[in-house]
Design a protein around this ligand. Structure first.
Ligand SMILES: [Zn+2]
Length: 204
């Protein structure tokens, strides 16, 4: 793969509670930046030309035989084709097992507010796509900190991401993505809630 361009060809800043979407050609790179730190993003991605094929974190973790991924690892679709290669990760702590907050989940926790599910579904509608394409195993949670402990516990802790930390994904096929800046209260996110920036880099 030839080196990517030094400056982004596209940059989108997304505020808390807001969504965004985009597409990449194979070979282009998406950098997801935690602008101020301690902010979680909910991020689902699909094969642009057939969005019934989507990122599947469960299968991706099976391939790696691990519950977390890092630079050089691939994210696979449920059809076992590489969708992304992780090319950089300055934070190292993300939630890889899928899922998103939702109005139902927030209500269950005692907060009657929409969640990332509703935002991601709205982004799919903007693209003319069915919200039913959105499944939990497609959703990566950059900067979310939920360590799997050897005693079997698995609970949310504050993000460790610092201002400017990023994870970079190189598209291995044409990709369509939708994202939502999570508004869950601490410990999921730090306060104040802050923005996420998505930058796209071309292949030279
Ligand atoms: Zn969320």
């Amino acid at each position: 793969m030839t080196p990517r361009t030094p400056t982004p060809i596209q940059s989108i800043t997304v505020e808390p509670g807001q969504g965004a979407h985009g597409t990449l050609e194979a070979g282009q790179t998406l950098r997801i930046i935690d602008v101020q730190g301690q902010q979680v993003f909910d991020f689902s991605s699909f094969h642009r030309d057939d969005p019934t094929e989507c990122c599947d974190l469960i299968y991706s973790l099976f391939v790696k035989e691990a519950w977390k991924l890092s630079a050089e690892d691939k994210l696979y679709t449920q059809r076992m084709r590489p969708l992304w290669t992780i090319t950089a990760d300055t934070c190292g702590v993300h939630e890889w097992t899928g899922g998103f907050c939702s109005h139902d989940f927030n209500r269950f926790l005692g907060h009657d507010q929409p969640g990332c599910k509703e935002v991601l579904e709205a982004e799919l509608r903007l693209l003319g796509l069915s919200p039913q394409l959105l499944i939990p195993s497609s959703c990566l949670n950059p900067f979310m900190n939920m360590p799997h402990r050897s005693d079997g516990s698995w609970r949310v802790e504050p993000p460790v991401s610092q201002a400017g930390d990023y994870i970079e994904l190189r598209a291995e096929m044409p990709v369509l993505w939708v994202g939502s800046v999570c508004t869950m209260p601490p410990p999921t996110n730090g306060l104040p809630l802050s923005s996420i920036r998505c930058e796209v880099y071309a292949t030279e």
